[in-house]
Every structure is written in C-alpha cells, then in structure tokens.
Design a protein around this ligand. Structure first.
Ligand SMILES: Cc1ncc(COP(=O)(O)O)c(C=O)c1O
Length: 392
C-alpha cells in the first residue's frame, strides 16, 4: 500500500488481501503450529536457510503477516514483529540490544512491569542499569558509560506522564554509538512517528488502542532494515510470538482505531480540564493540557493524545481513596488501558521511583477515559471526590 494514502484510508485497507483470501474482507485466522513442507526437498532447503517456507507457526503466519504489514506502514518502519503481549515485545527488544558486560539507561518513569523485568531479570544477565530522570533531555550525556548500548525511553512516562525530549536524547545516544529504544504505546502509531524523532527501535503494547476492546494481549516491535536480522533472531529464539486469534483481533481493532482515538482524546480533555479546577486535585498529569510542563514537547513531537492521564491528589489516606474508588459506577478498578471502557487505578509514585523525588504518601489516580458520555463520567468523579474529601 503506497504511503501517499491518508491515515484514515490506510487504517481501512492495510493488511487486507481479499483476492488472496478468497474474497474474505478480513484476513482469516491461521491457527497454526505445524506448517507442512510440500516435500523433503523443501524441508532440506529450509534447514539450509533457503527458500520461502517459514518453518513453523512460531515464526509467523499469514495472519501475523497481515498485522505486521499494517503496523509497519502506519509506523513508517521497514519491519514489524508481533508478540504474545506488550511486555514480551519490551523484554525481547531490551534483550536483543544488550548482553553481559553492557550498560543501559532506563527512565525512572518506565512502565512498572518493565521496571520489574529490569530489577529482577536484567542484572542476572550481567547488564548494568542506570535509571534516569525522564525530563533529563540532552543532560543524559553525563550518564553514559563506555559500555552503554542504548537509552530506553517512554514518553510520556507511565503513571506520572513526563514528556521526554527524544530528539535531544537520540542526538547524544547516536553520537556515542548507542541506540534509542522506545515504548510508544501512549502516542500510538497515529500520533507519533518514532523514526522521524531518532528512535531506532519502536515498541508497542497493541493490547491498548490498536486492539481497543480489552479482550486480547498483543505486542509489536518495529525497526528499520539495519536492525531486522538481530531482532528476527531473538524474536524467533525467545519464542514469544503472537497467536493468530490475537492478530485477528488487533487487525479488527485497527479499522476503528482512528475514530476511537479521536473520541478518547476529546473525552479525556473534557474530563481533565474539569478535574484541573477541582479543589481535591493538586495537578492533572496530561501532556495534552496547555498547563502541563511537557505540553511544548507534546505539541512538537505528537499530533494528538490518547485518553490516559494521571490525577495527583496529594497526601490523602488510603481509606479515603478506597471510599472514592469503591463507589464509582463508570470506572472499573483495573490495570491496562486503551479499551472502550473507563478504568481507574491508584498508586503512590514514591514507592517505585529512585531517580526522581515524589512526595511520600502522595496518591495519584490513573484514569483511562473511555467512550462513555463525559457528563456521566464527570458526575461519577464529582461524587467520588466528594466521598474522598469527606473521609479522613
Ligand atoms: C506503557 C506500557 N507498555 C507496555 C505495557 C505492556 O503491555 P501488555 O499488557 O500488552 O503486556 C503496558 C501495559 O499496561 C504499558 O502500560
């Protein structure tokens, strides 16, 4: 599909091959482990690394090909790999580009499960990690060591939503011969073009807005040609491939992703602007708001936002937070985001941060604003914040 088509049109057409698929509008699901060889000669060729046969279902199917083709074009990548979850995409990318004796730089605001992987698994493999302040920009230079292999980025950061100056970080990293790996899930492939910003390896949890319906886990890593062989090898050897049904659901989600994302952003802005004025709220952590410290970077690097943001409540008791959350009608208490329904979780950033300071005991809510009517969401939050304020 030529890149000249507009995004809305691409979202409808990418990865679909009705002529190939006997007229089916949607690519069929290939549920495949064994992929039979036509004969012994084809098998022998495969074993020699020759020919077109992919060998085994773990190495891809026509359904994963369709999804990878679509994601690749939207992202402006040369290659895409799909994974059993976003976390599998993150960990495979991280392990591909560093090994024993290497050093990596990871933002303090990185997604909590990525951080757990960095805490418990990465050091066991002999890889040294420095956590950095996500707002460090070009100042990252001071943290480089001779063996630094890459800077990992996530902009905005998980839970606290700090925007990162990725072009400034990439300039330093590339001058030092290091790569930039980035989790681009929040911006999605519609709102940020990672390779234009200097990112070398782009990672997504397609579980979120791509799939969009809270019914599937799937991840993707995208790269330019230079890193294809390395990523392919590790993707194949770690075995975290995406199943056909997951690829199908992600492709189906993709068709309406543009529409959904616009509505998520519109709803989130209405709710965030209302929350900004609420007396129980210290700060709303959402780069799409003009008042956010990351707003200038957001305007420079992204063409839009998603519906996920933070609400800093300050020091309140966990009893008060419980009173608020337990009575909400439209916000389920749960992890993940990017689905059609509103969600909330509460957390205390100081418990997981080491390179940046967060007030001890201060609570932040993370809201996933869904596709409900914002009047209902605001009414629900207003009643919840009243319960919070009334509880010691
Ligand atoms: C920023 C970010 N990256 C990656 C992931 C992991 O994705 P998955 O849940 O598909 O494993 C998440 C999940 O919440 C996330 O928030």
């Amino acid at each position: 599909m030529p890149h000249a088509f507009k995004t809305e049109t691409q979202l409808i057409n990418l990865g679909r091959h009705p002529l190939r698929d006997k007229g089916s509008v949607n690519p069929p699901v290939h549920r495949t482990s064994t992929v039979l060889f036509q004969n012994f000669a084809e098998y022998e060729n495969y074993e020699k690394g020759e020919g077109e046969h992919r060998g085994y279902g773990r190495y891809g199917t026509p359904t994963s090909d369709s999804l990878e083709e679509a994601l690749c074009a939207l992202e402006g990548a040369d290659h895409a790999f799909t994974f059993a979850s976003g976390l599998s995409a993150v960990t495979t990318a991280m392990l591909t580009f560093a090994g024993a004796g290497d050093h990596i730089l990871v933002p303090d605001s990185v997604y909590a499960s990525t951080r757990k992987f960095c805490k418990y698994e990465v050091p066991r493999l002999g890889i040294d990690i420095t956590y950095y302040d996500p707002t460090i920009g070009a100042g990252i230079e001071a943290l480089f060591k001779p063996n630094t292999k890459y800077v990992y980025c996530e902009s905005p950061g998980s839970l606290t939503f700090e925007m990162q100056d990725i072009p400034a970080i990439a300039k330093v990293a590339h001058a030092k011969g290091a790569l930039v790996l980035a989790d681009n899930t929040w911006a999605t492939m519609l709102h940020q073009k990672p390779f234009d910003l200097g990112i070398d390896i782009s990672i997504h949890s397609a579980t979120k807005y791509v799939a969009g319906h809270s019914d599937v886990l799937i991840g993707a890593v995208m790269c330019k040609a230079a890193h294809y062989k390395q990523l392919k090898r590790v993707h194949h050897n770690l075995g975290g491939c995406a199943q056909g049904d997951a690829c199908y659901l992600a492709l189906r989600g993709l068709r309406t992703m543009g529409l959904r994302l616009k509505e998520h952003e519109r709803n989130a802005l209405i709710v965030a602007q209302w929350l900004e004025k609420h007396p129980a709220v210290n700060r709303v952590l959402y780069p799409a708001l003009p008042s956010d410290p990351g707003h200038a970077l957001f305007k420079r690097d992204m063409t839009g936002a998603c519906g996920l943001f933070g609400v800093e409540l300050g020091k309140v008791s966990s009893k008060a937070v419980g009173k608020m959350l337990d009575g909400l009608h439209h916000f389920g208490i749960g992890f993940s985001w990017g689905g059609y329904e509103s969600l909330v979780i509460a957390y205390q950033p100081h418990k997981i941060r080491t390179a940046t300071k967060w007030e001890e005991g201060s609570f932040v809510l993370r809201l996933n604003i869904g596709l409900e009517n914002t009047d209902d969401l605001i009414e629900d939050l207003d009643a919840g914040l009243k319960r919070l304020m009334a509880t010691k």
